[in-house]
Design a protein around this ligand. Structure first.
Ligand code: ATP
Length: 272
């Protein structure tokens, strides 16, 4: 768990990321249904919900990978729902994305994988860590150090454990110098110990870099342990939006209770 000074941190007031009356349909499927959400600077918000409840769709609407059907999305000053392709490209330089399967280039060194995060700031593609400016190499080493992997700079990424690879992926995201980080099930492939390490890291960079972090999870305990705020989706609708402090696990488990009109009582379903 986090140390007490860190866990007492309060998210900032300014809204960096906002969804207003967002609906997203895929054919007849209503993946998001009139969702409204404001996320603040230095806030780590965790999205929970059953498989298919719309978590990934919402993340993708935030960086414009999915266009909303109706409603408005604002991210770091960009009207994402109205953005041109060029504006979306610019936005994505400011929005880091952390994936479940890390998306590192396995045959490259950890240092070069981190340096890839700076490509959006460079005019030309680079091949080999030594072709990047010295200042960027130094910056990449600082980020690797921060995730506890400075000694692994020269190691091929595919020789690292899953937890270590996700930490390299977070260092790569920091190299982007983003103001927003979207993390789609970043710990789904990790054992409980490494899942905690990665969540702690996301929490710390959120505070130390004043980032806005939106993270989807299936683990309620991790959400309650590290989120400032927990939002629950069910069938594309927002059914919970509460600060994590004071939120009981039972209340969160209501998100997973199947709504079946023929059933009046039943046990909440455990998430996958
Ligand atoms: N590209 C797509 N085309 C058609 N339907 C889609 C597409 N993406 C998502 N959906 C549908 O939208 C709904 C929400 O899916 P989404 O992936 O957002 O759920 P999720 O909560 O992230 O699920 P999981 O926890 O399994 O990742 C589902 O019914 C899904 O089948």
């Amino acid at each position: 768990m986090t140390d007490p000074t860190v866990s007492q941190h309060v998210a900032g007031d300014d809204v960096v990321l906002s969804a207003s009356h967002v609906t997203k349909k895929f054919g007849d499927t209503r993946a998001l249904d009139d969702v409204g959400l404001d996320v603040h600077r230095s806030e780590l918000l965790v999205l929970l919900g059953l498989s298919g409840s719309g978590k990934s769709t919402l993340l993708r609407c935030f960086n414009g990978l999915h266009r909303v059907t109706t409603g408005r999305i604002d991210v770091a000053g960009t009207r994402v729902d109205l953005a041109s392709r060029g504006e979306l490209r610019a936005l994505r330089r400011d929005v880091g994305f952390v994936f479940q399967h890390f998306n590192l280039v396995g045959r490259l060194s950890c240092l070069e994988n981190v340096l890839i995060g700076s490509l959006g700031r460079l005019r030309m593609p680079r091949y080999g860590a030594s072709t990047y400016p010295k200042a960027l190499r130094a910056e990449a080493l600082v980020h690797l150090d921060r995730v506890g992997l400075a000694d692994f700079a020269e190691r091929r990424a595919d020789t690292l454990s899953g937890g270590q690879q996700q930490r390299v992926a977070i260092a790569r995201t920091l190299m982007q110098r983003p103001s927003v980080v979207l993390a789609d099930e970043p710990v789904a492939s990790l054992d409980p110990e490494n899942a905690g390490i990665v969540m702690d890291l996301l929490f710390r960079v959120c505070i130390e870099e004043k980032l806005t972090v939106v993270c989807t999870l299936h683990q309620v305990d991790l959400a309650l342990g590290w989120a400032h705020r927990v939002v629950g989706l069910r069938d594309g609708r927002k059914v919970l939006d509460r600060p994590a402090v004071g939120l009981a696990k039972d209340e969160v488990m209501e998100i997973y209770r199947r709504v079946d009109p023929s059933v009046t009582a039943g046990s909440p379903l455990e998430p996958a």
